[in-house]
Design a protein around this ligand. Structure first.
Ligand SMILES: Cc1cn([C@H]2C[C@H](O)[C@@H](COP(=O)(O)OP(=O)(O)O[C@H]3O[C@H](C)C(=O)[C@H](O)[C@H]3O)O2)c(=O)[nH]c1=O
Length: 207
C-alpha cells in the first residue's frame, strides 16, 4: 500500500449558520461561490441545496439537465481539467457531499482578458458551499481528504464526442495545486491531456 500523498494545508473555512443564500464572485467574476441557507437545530441542519428560482433571482440562469457524482478514495486525487465544446458546452454547479476539494476553473474564452488564467476555491461538505463554473471554463479538482464525494449539476448532457481536456500541470497556467505531481492520483486519460497552447479555440463567439 503506497503511503498517502502529502497534501499541503489549504485554508478550509469554518462553517457558520447562514440566514440567506450567499453568492460571492471570485477574481474571475463569472465564477461564483454559492452558499445556500442552513437551518440548524438540535437534530442537525436542513438546506435547500438547489433552488432554480432563487438562483434566477440572483441572476444565475443556467438550466441543469444532468446530475453527476464521483467518489475519490485517496486524498490528492486530481480529476480534470475537463470541458465539453459547443453545442454541448457545460456549466457546472459543484458541491461536496463528503470531504473537501480544491476546485479549479481555467478561463478558455480567448476574447476575455482573463483567458488562460484560473481561480480556485475550497469546497467542502462542512461549509456546504458550491462553485458555479460557467460555460467557457475547464474544470477540475484535487481532493483534500480521503473518500471525498463530489456531486455536480451540468447544463448539457454528456457527449464523449465533445469531451475535451487540459493538462492539470500546464506551465503557462501554473495552477497552485495542494499536491505534488509525484504524489497525485490521476486517470491515464487526464495524465495525457494537452496544454492550452496546443488546444484549438473552442469558445470565442464567431463574429
Ligand atoms: C463525465 C461523465 C463520464 N461518464 C463516464 C465516462 C467514463 O467511462 C466514466 C468516468 O469518466 P471520467 O474519467 O471523465 O470522470 P472524471 O474524471 O470524474 O471527470 C469528471 O470530472 C471533472 C472534474 C469534470 O469537471 C467533468 O465533468 C467530468 O469529466 O464515466 C459518463 O457516463 N457521463 C458523464 O457525464
Amino acid at each position: 500500500m503506497s503511503a498517502a500523498p502529502q497534501i499541503r494545508q489549504v485554508q478550509i473555512n469554518i462553517p457558520h449558520e447562514q440566514t440567506t443564500m450567499q453568492i460571492q464572485a471570485l477574481a474571475i467574476a463569472d465564477v461564483k461561490i454559492i452558499t445556500p441557507r442552513k437551518f440548524g437545530d438540535e437534530r442537525g441542519y436542513f438546506s435547500e441545496t438547489y433552488n432554480k428560482q432563487a438562483l434566477a433571482e440572483a441572476g444565475i440562469e443556467e438550466t441543469f439537465v444532468q446530475d453527476n457524482q464521483s467518489l475519490s478514495a485517496t486524498r490528492g486525487t486530481v480529476r480534470g481539467l475537463h470541458f465539453q465544446i459547443p453545442p454541448v458546452a457545460q456549466a457546472k454547479l459543484v458541491r461536496v457531499l463528503r470531504g473537501s476539494i480544491l476546485d479549479v476553473a481555467v478561463d478558455l474564452r480567448r476574447d476575455q482578458p482573463t483567458y488562460g488564467t484560473y481561480v480556485s476555491a475550497v469546497i467542502s461538505a462542512r461549509d456546504g458551499n458550491q462553485i458555479l463554473v460557467p460555460v467557457g471554463f475547464a474544470h477540475g479538482f484535487c481532493t483534500l481528504e480521503p473518500d471525498t464525494e463530489v456531486f455536480y449539476k451540468v447544463s448539457a448532457p454528456y457527449s464523449p464526442a465533445h469531451d475535451r481536456g487540459l493538462s492539470w500541470i500546464d506551465k503557462d497556467i501554473a495552477i497552485d495545486w495542494p499536491v505534488d505531481p509525484a504524489d497525485a492520483v490521476l486517470s491515464a486519460k487526464d495524465l495525457a491531456l494537452p496544454c492550452l497552447a496546443d488546444l484549438p479555440d473552442c469558445f470565442t463567439l464567431r463574429r
